[in-house]
Design a protein around this ligand. Structure first.
Ligand code: SME
Length: 150
């Protein structure tokens, strides 16, 4: 299992050489899922106007391909610009269900110059799967992606 530093430094190199932002995002979600077994669904939403549009993802298909700003955990994170970690999605009334197996979730905004461009969304089938190290890793990955997003 790669360390957080290895993951971030690999993606920094790919940010400089990947042919497109789309390609970089696809590589990032695949890498995160491969290196962190508890990350069962890993996706990126991009903010377009007042909606979050699902971009590259790995995991089970989700019905939530478009999420209005402010709806669900995804919409709340994008509206506030703050990371949201939910240890038990069943006890959070904001949660929009993607899969019945999901137990915990983290949503990390991708920001540039104080503006939300999108977010990294990760679901786990394990309760409380996201520790402070995960948050740090994903905030660093979001920073790498932010530099390359249009
Ligand atoms: N659970 C999210 C919806 C997106 S799925 O997890 C892929 C939410 O509450 O916004």
């Amino acid at each position: 299992m790669a360390t957080s530093e290895q993951i971030v430094s690999f993606l920094q190199q790919r940010a400089a050489s990947a042919p497109s932002a789309q390609e970089l995002m696809s590589e990032a979600v695949a890498l995160l899922q491969r290196e962190r077994p508890s990350y069962h669904w890993v996706g990126i939403y991009l903010l377009q106007g007042k909606e979050l549009v699902l971009g590259p993802y790995v995991g089970r298909p989700t019905p939530h391909t478009l999420i209005p700003l402010g709806r669900g955990l995804c919409g709340a994170a994008a509206a506030s610009g703050n990371t949201i970690v939910v240890d038990d999605v069943r006890s959070d009334p904001r949660y929009l269900a993607c899969s019945l197996e999901t137990r915990s979730e983290i949503v990390v905004p991708i920001m540039r110059d104080g503006r939300v461009l999108g977010e990294i969304d990760i679901d786990s089938d394990a309760p409380a799967a996201f520790a402070p190290e995960d948050r740090q890793l994903l905030e660093a990955v979001a920073e790498v992606l932010a530099a390359r997003l249009p």
